[in-house]
Write a protein that binds this ligand. Structure first.
Ligand code: ZN
Length: 80
């Protein structure tokens, strides 16, 4: 996960770039830096730190796995 702190916008969001370790897909987006830090420091659960972020996107910050791979693994587990 790469965070571009120097590109922070007026709302405190920073662009991020990440490569999924499973499929190698490159994912980019924006995240509220202070909120993410609270999660990283263990002060907050991610769903409280980033309540407006869709769950599949949050998964990126928790496991590093992209939405598509995560859904794939999830449905495989379900089938077993
Ligand atoms: Zn992936």
């Amino acid at each position: 996960m790469l965070l571009y702190n120097h590109l922070m916008d007026e709302k405190g969001n920073v662009p991020y770039k990440h490569t999924c370790p499973v499929c190698g897909k490159k994912i980019t987006g924006k995240v509220h830096f202070e909120s993410l830090e609270k999660y990283m420091r263990g002060e907050m659960h991610i769903q409280h730190a980033l309540p407006n972020m869709p769950a599949p996107e949050r998964e990126l910050f928790i496991t590093g796995i992209c939405n598509i791979c995560w859904q794939h693994m999830f449905s495989e587990n379900k089938a077993v």
